[in-house]
Design a protein around this ligand. Sequence first.
Ligand code: SAM
Length: 252
Amino acid sequence: MHKTPFPIVLSYSCPPILGIKKLLDSAFLRAGVKNNESNFLAYTDGNLTLYSDVKGERLSASIDFVKGKSMHRRQYGGGKNQPMAKACGLDKHPKWKILDATAGLGKDAFVLASLGAQITLCEQHVALYSLLVDAIHRASQVEEVADIVKRMTCMQGNSIEYLDRGDMDADVIYLDPMYPHRKKSAKIKKEMQVLQQLVGHEGNAEKLLNTALKTAKNRVVVKRPKQAGPLNDLTPSYKVSSANTRYDVYVM
Ligand SMILES: C[S@@+](CC[C@H](N)C(=O)[O-])C[C@H]1O[C@@H](n2cnc3c(N)ncnc32)[C@H](O)[C@@H]1O
């Protein structure tokens, strides 16, 4: 995990928003120079973007909750009957509060929020958290998604620590840990390669599941590759499947 302040290349034409300024002030981020860094944040066309050198190639990732895939999924994703929403119980319990304890690029959280869920996103890596804060801010200024992102609250840090302290009040804890290492990495999407470069494959998923099971009020949902076994070899109460993904649901 990144312990030193993460570099961000600032732009006069696009000054950082308050959330990013706070990270600079508290030394989670530091002003950097892009030529010197293999991983850094910078503004590109007004979007905070994460750049990463992966196997000699400079890759990038940023978040857009307004256009592209987020828009497509919002419009045609299948509503509350789509597998992820059903696994989280949104079809029957629209008022349940959800904690996305592995927020990443916030795609899953945005889908759940677009279906009406109040959702807290917790992301441990400060660069990914910065992308989330920036994307939520931009979306809050666009009428068609402003109400959706109002339901999304972002926290930076290790979810295990928040849960252990009893700081979270979640009906559902949603976990999407990094998938196990695959040999054919050429098939992995570029933004996922950037994530892997930053946070690696391994992690604290086993401990996170144990902690979530002790603290969730109603259920824990774990997103898994369809062919993978359950996390911690723990048989779920039931499973909800989609084309390539399985959601293991542990009911309290
Ligand atoms: C596969 S990604 C999640 C992708 C996300 N579901 C999405 O839709 O974009 C996993 C993320 O969980 C984060 N993570 C893993 N363990 C965590 C923990 N204990 N606390 C907070 N974040 C964690 C990683 O840093 C990584 O960004």
